[in-house]
Design a protein around this ligand. Structure first.
Ligand SMILES: [Zn+2]
Length: 270
C-alpha cells in the first residue's frame, strides 16, 4: 500500500487505518490481485468504525482503476500511445518552452539566408534594440530610437512605427499597389502577409520585398547607432528596390523581369 496505485498518493497515506492492518504494507498491486478481483489480507477482522468505512471507500476507488494481469511496463504519459520517442518528447518540450507567435514564418528562397534569419528574429522580437539591451543590463546611453528620438526603441518601433519606417512602407505599398493593414506593430506586417490573397509567386515576391524592407530598415538603424553614415534616408527606398531586384533575379530562373519593369511594379509582369 505504500506505492501509488491510484491517484497521486500512496494508499497507505490516504487510508492510514487500513495500512496498519495490512499484513504486508509494502505489497505490490499484483500481490493483491487474484482471479480478476482484489484480495486483502488484514491482521484482524475489520468490523465497523473508521477502518470499515475506509475498506468500502478503497473498494470503490479501485473499481475505477483498470487492472490487467501481465508484466509491468513503463507508460510515457506525454505521448498518447504511451511510448517514449525522442521526436515526441522534443515536440512536447518545444510546445512548453518556446513562446507562441501569432504568425508563422517560413523560409523564403528569394532572399539570402541572413535575411531569413533576421526576419525570424523580428518575429520573435529578438533584435538587440536599445530597450532590449538595457533590459539585459547592458549600459546604453539612451533607450530612445537613434533615428527619430521620439520613442523608446523596440522591434515594433524600428520595423514599423518609426517615422522613417512609416514613410518607407508608404513608398513600398504605393510602388507595389497593395494596401497594408492599419496595424502599427511588426506583427501586423506578418499578419498582413499571411492574409493576402494572391497567386503563390506574387505572394512569395511580396514576402521577399517586405522582408528586404525590414532588413534595410534595420541596417539603416545600425548605421545610425554605429555612426557609419553609409546610408542616407532619402536613398533607402531606392536601395530596397535595388537589393530586392538583385536577389530576385539571382535566386530564381523561372521568372524574368527587367529592371525597368521592376521599377514600375514587378507584380504587373508576373
Ligand atoms: Zn524612431
Amino acid at each position: 500500500m505504500s506505492f501509488n496505485w491510484a491517484g497521486d498518493y500512496a494508499l497507505a497515506e490516504v487510508y492510514p487505518c487500513l495500512a496498519v492492518l495490512d499484513v504486508d504494507i509494502g505489497c505490490k498491486v499484483a500481490d493483491k490481485w487474484s482471479d480478476g478481483g482484489w484480495r486483502w489480507n488484514w491482521r484482524r477482522q475489520v468490523e465497523g468504525g473508521v477502518s470499515a468505512g475506509q475498506v468500502v471507500e478503497l473498494g470503490i476507488k479501485l473499481t475505477e482503476e483498470r487492472c490487467v494481469e501481465g508484466l509491468d511496463f513503463w507508460y510515457w504519459q506525454i505521448d498518447p500511445d504511451g511510448k517514449f520517442t525522442v521526436a515526441g518528447t522534443r515536440n512536447w518540450i518545444d510546445e512548453k518552452v518556446l513562446p507562441s507567435a501569432m504568425c508563422s514564418t517560413k523560409w523564403c528562397s528569394w532572399v539570402p539566408k541572413k535575411v531569413n534569419i533576421f526576419v525570424w528574429r523580428v518575429l520573435w522580437k529578438r533584435l538587440p534594440t536599445q530597450l532590449a539591451l538595457k533590459a539585459r543590463g547592458i549600459g546604453v546611453e539612451s533607450v530612445l530610437c537613434p533615428t527619430c528620438s521620439d520613442e523608446e526603441e523596440t522591434v515594433n518601433h524600428v520595423i514599423s512605427s518609426c517615422s522613417v519606417a512609416s514613410s518607407i512602407w508608404d513608398l513600398v505599398t504605393r510602388w507595389l499597389q497593395v494596401t497594408r493593414n492599419l496595424g502599427t506593430g511588426s506583427d501586423s506586417l506578418f499578419q498582413w502577409l499571411e492574409g493576402e490573397r494572391m497567386t503563390v509567386d506574387k505572394k512569395k515576391l511580396l514576402e521577399a520585398i517586405v522582408w528586404s524592407t525590414m532588413w534595410v530598415l534595420w541596417r539603416f538603424r545600425n548605421d545610425k547607432v554605429h555612426e557609419a553614415n553609409l546610408m542616407r534616408k532619402d536613398t533607402l527606398f531606392d536601395f530596397i528596390q535595388d537589393v530586392s531586384f538583385c536577389w530576385f533575379n539571382s535566386r530564381q530562373k523561372k521568372l524574368r523581369i527587367s529592371w525597368v519593369d521592376w521599377l514600375q511594379n514587378p507584380f504587373y509582369f508576373m
